[in-house]
Design a protein around this ligand. Structure first.
Ligand code: DGJ
Length: 739
């Protein structure tokens, strides 16, 4: 090193010492950098040895500079304390929304958390797990913060464990999963409201000072009104291909609370976890309380990239059999409702065979004898075949289905009970209710008390018995049509456990049942359903292979719903059926249902000859491209909110085959839809593609000239005119590489 360089170095060191002396950052700060491919999340101790989130932004290239980061910011508000605490306690210095709030066994309500230690462990699935231990210096309370990092996907699963060693119970009044802090300004939130048949209605808003909360207090059918998935962007509403976004979900199947607070620095604090409403949790000494995870995917290139990363992570690391196959099916719900018998059902097997699907799914109404399930007001809970409707039982139906070369699946709703049922007569204490008050029903039913191990055994037994009696049963649809009213458990009362455990222990009880079932039946496909899409999350999807998006199968509505679900879920997990809802053509319905897992809920014998031919061909086509829909990469091209034509495509992993769907979503008369080309995305610019229209209705000609080939470069920069109009409201294109 020459003398010149030497003196520059010395000067730099001197400057650094001056900066450190005059800043309030300790030289001995512990710094824990969590890097993904494009982002860094910097956790570090401050002067008081508390843990702060000093940076959450683009990936920092030089680890030796990390120590300067916190010099640049100081988010200590003299009124409320440290805004960027990595896990904000309550009852001491903090006066803002806490992540953890407790009452100690001696009645004291103060909590302080200081950094103790941390470990970093590579996991076998390629992820890296960071565990950071925080301790209260006065009370023996310990908090572990977990960050499971999927570097390539820019995705983090974050959760917390809380434990203590006090002499008695620690009462937890709030216990968040994650506490984040963004210094990007002008945050926007895109959230999704639900209602029966109106799931995933998007709502975007600019977040201003104060707290905005997304929450659920519904219990069992937890996302009936509000989804726990959301998108945060900065400076503008989330865009598809540009800008910083975070796609996130609290993976919990019970009540949740997600707070977005724009603080006095105009920064965004995010605190997400189980909803503590009516849920004070009494933690015994040495018991470990594990919160669910907040799962978030980050991108600087908009929601498209973040979704694809979340889809990849979900299929590889989360969803049961995410890399596997799914079964196309014919369901009888809309074809028959409760009004069926053996003859009607076996006739539908023929339909299933003709359409060419893999499985027949028998829906609600097959059980109950003393109280036959002929309507939704009786029989729920009595899981034996109704002798009148099905005199030869399920076994016979399975055999008949096999004769037609199709598999057989069945609907259940094992967590619920009708007051008019033998189950209720025999076990009134198994029901969640306030026995001194009038019962409150949703769809004439009540919720079973899954905090009770006997009830867990019962629910497990419903499914286990079905499989034991019918080993060839190939599919389960698990429904849940009620929220929890009158939240009171006779079991918890008997056990002297506080009623405030009910919502959490219900959800944990359900997970226990599912855990047991999956230990015995690891792969049987199961569809999650809750009066439509009243339940869906990444905790459930460890046990379920797919979920029912909505009872609303009007295909126009479905374009919007499926679009919004696709932000968070890969298409392999979303079940889309063709039904009589909506007055669009059968082709439109099938084309819309094909962007996901295709199914039908129609009477094929009522179709015209051309319609049946179309269906059969479309199912064959689906069979040829389903691999791309299920395991390929999805690119959303034109959204249904801003354009007359919604358009999206899926590419194979090798980018040699593409399936593109375009749907007219504006029912007003339009004259210009074909004049503007739609730009494709996700192709290989250097590959040459032949474009071919598929799913054509019999006797119609495509306006696409399939002898023409185009380069990926052309298709992504200029695009294609898609021949969508009122006469032809949906178009499915297949692009294949020409070698
Ligand atoms: C609600 C579900 O969403 C429907 O698909 C159907 O299974 C009914 N329940 C049956 O009761």
């Amino acid at each position: 090193m020459n003398t010149n360089k030497n003196s520059v170095c010395k000067l730099k060191q001197l400057l650094l010492i001056i900066v450190l002396v005059f800043s309030n950052i300790t030289i001995n700060a512990t710094i824990i950098p969590i890097h993904t491919k494009d982002f860094s999340l910097l956790l570090q101790t401050d002067n008081e040895n508390r843990l702060i989130l000093s940076y959450f932004g683009d990936r920092l290239a030089n680890n030796d500079e990390l120590k300067y980061v916190s010099n640049m910011f100081d988010f200590t508000d003299e009124n409320i304390g440290i805004c960027n605490s990595a896990y904000t306690p309550s009852g001491t210095w903090n006066l803002s929304e806490p992540a953890l709030k407790v009452i100690h066994s001696d009645g004291n309500n103060s909590l302080e958390l200081k950094y103790d230690s941390h470990t970093i462990n590579p996991l076998t699935n390629g992820a890296k797990q960071y565990t950071i231990v925080l301790k209260d210096p006065v009370y023996p309370v310990e908090v572990k913060l977990f960050y499971k990092v999927f570097e390539a996907e820019n995705l983090i699963e974050q959760w917390t464990e809380i434990s203590h060693n006090e002499d008695g119970i620690l009462r937890m009044q709030k216990y968040a999963s994650a506490n984040l802090y963004f210094t990007d300004k002008d945050p926007y939130l895109k959230s999704f409201h639900n209602q029966w048949a109106m799931e995933m209605q998007a709502n975007s808003q600019r977040l201003t000072r104060g707290i905005k909360t997304l929450d659920s207090k519904m219990g069992s059918r937890n996302v009936m009104l509000q989804s726990q998935s959301f998108i945060v962007s900065f400076g503008h509403e989330a865009k598809e291909n540009t800008g910083k976004v975070m796609l996130a979900q609290l993976a919990w199947s019970g009540n949740f609370k997600i707070d977005f607070e724009v603080d006095s620095y105009d920064n965004l604090r995010l605190i997400a976890g189980i909803n503590p409403h009516a849920s004070e949790y009494y933690l015994k000494p040495k018991e470990v309380f594990e919160t669910p995870a907040l799962i978030y995917a980050l991108s600087n290139n908009g929601t498209g990239e973040a979704s694809r990363n979340m889809h990849n992570w979900a299929r590889e690391h989360r969803v049961l059999d995410g890399q596997g196959e799914r079964l196309t099916l014919l369901n009888n719900w809309e074809a028959t409702y409760f009004d069926f018998n053996e003859k009607k059902i076996t006739k539908l097997f023929k339909d299933a065979q003709e359409i060419g699907v893999d499985l027949f799914l028998l829906d609600d109404g097959w059980f109950g004898n003393k109280y036959p399930r002929n309507n939704d007001d009786a029989g729920l809970g009595d899981w034996t075949e109704n002798k009148k409707k099905l005199p030869h039982g399920i076994g016979y139906l399975i055999k008949e289905a096999h004769k037609k070369d199709i598999k057989f699946g069945i609907w259940i709703e094992p967590e619920m009970v009708n007051p008019e049922s033998e189950l209720y007569e025999n076990h009134p204490d198994w029901v969640i209710k306030q026995s001194q008050r009038p019962e409150i029903y949703q769809r004439d039913q009540l919720v079973l008390d899954l905090t009770n191990p006997e009830v867990q055994d019962f629910v497990y037994g419903v499914v286990d018995r079905l499989f034991t009696d019918n080993p060839e049963l190939a599919f389960i649809k698990w429904d849940c049509n009620s929220i929890i009213h009158n939240a009171h458990s006779a079991y918890l009362a008997k056990e002297n456990t506080p009623q405030s455990h009910l919502y959490i222990d219900y959800t944990k009880g359900l997970y226990k049942v599912l855990e047991r079932l999956r230990a015995k039946y690891p792969k049987v496909p199961m569809m999650l359903c809750a009066g439509g899409g009243g339940r869906a999350d990444y905790n459930f999807l460890q046990y379920f292979t797919e979920f029912w998006v909505s009872d609303n199968t009007d295909p126009l509505e479905r374009v919007f719903q499926q679009w919004n679900y696709s932000y968070f879920y890969p298409s392999i997990v979303t079940d889309n059926h063709v039904t009589n809802w909506g007055n669009q053509s059968l082709k439109y319905k099938v084309d819309v249902a094909s962007m996901g897992k295709l199914g039908f809920d129609i009477v094929a014998s009522e179709l015209s000859k051309d319609e049946l031919t179309f269906c059969t061909e479309a199912v064959k086509n689906y069979g040829s491209f389903k691999e791309i829909i299920w395991h390929g990469h999805q690119y959303r091209l034109q959204n249904p909110y801003d354009y007359d034509v919604a358009s999206l495509l899926y590419t194979s992993k090798e980018k040699d085959r593409v399936i593109m769907f375009s749907y007219l979503v504006n029912t007003r008369v339009l004259y210009h839809t074909k004049t503007e080309p739609i730009k494709l995305n996700g192709l290989d610019a250097n590959k040459q593609y032949r474009v071919n229209e598929i799913n054509l209705f019999p006797n119609t000609l495509s306006q696409i000239k399939n002898e023409q080939t185009y380069s990926g470069d052309f298709l992504m920069k200029v695009g294609l005119n898609i021949p969508v109009d009122e006469d032809n409201p949906s178009v499915v294109l297949e692009l294949t590489e020409v070698k």
